[in-house]
Design a protein. Structure first.
Lengths: 113, 113
């Protein structure tokens, strides 16, 4: 199964709150899990990424939590800001040789000022 | 240092026509992948080029073809355009091997009427 299921489809958070976006996968051949941020009219930009042998990775206000046994991973945005309002995509790399990525369907985040 | 450059930014074509989209990868990158992003959806993998060869292909018909030149730039060609081909076409470059994922361009918005 090459799908990556992402939820929620949309999310509204107050400024300063925590935004949480979840993804789930089936294929154990996935070996790298990045998150991308996309603003309207722009291409996706790499935000943060994790390998399946690590349970958590933090970069500034952004944290990925990874649960290998449950085949789930999530993005946490701490102290969410209006500038974080964008669409977020999780992705999974199918194998390290070809760098083919499978993307989730996206989460549209709106942070209220 | 320029990132990934795509041209044109917008394009309107008539059903049945052919279109060529162009991509210049980020400096130092030798691998180019093309993705189709329908409105409100995540990017879908079309194919990937490395060393001027199509290395892997997604679930897209033969109407979609590509090319990579010795300078690593790439083209995506779509023949016999259908209304359903209307989408944002994203080019992503990477360096082989690289753990850092793709760098995406801003895309070409193709509208088929």
């Amino acid at each position: 199964q090459q799908q990556v299921k992402q939820s929620p489809q949309s999310l509204i958070v107050q400024k300063g709150g925590i935004s949480i976006i979840n993804c789930a996968y089936e294929n154990t051949a996935f070996d790298y899990f990045p998150w991308y941020q996309q603003f309207p009219g722009k291409g996706p930009a790499l935000l943060i990424a994790i390998r399946p042998d690590v349970s958590e990775k933090k970069e500034g206000r952004f944290t990925i939590s990874f649960n290998k046994s449950a085949k789930q991973f999530s993005l946490h945005i701490m102290d969410s800001q209006p500038g974080d309002s964008a669409t977020y995509f999780c992705a999974a790399r199918l194998d390290s040789g070809t760098y083919k990525y499978i993307f989730g369907t996206g989460t549209r985040l709106k942070v209220l000022a | 240092d320029a990132g990934v450059t795509q041209s044109p930014t917008h394009l309107i074509k008539t059903r049945g026509q052919q279109v060529t989209l162009r991509c210049s990868p980020k400096s130092g990158h030798d691998t180019v992948s093309w993705y189709q992003q329908a409105l409100g959806q995540g990017p879908q993998f079309i194919f990937q080029y490395y060393e001027e060869e199509e290395r892997q292909r997604g679930n897209f018909p033969d109407r979609f073809s590509g090319h990579q030149y010795p300078n690593y730039s790439s083209e995506l060609n779509v023949n016999a355009l259908l209304l359903g081909d209307s989408a944002l076409y994203l080019c992503a470059s990477s360096a082989s091997p690289s753990p850092y994922g793709y760098t995406f361009g801003s895309g070409t918005r193709l509208t088929v009427v």
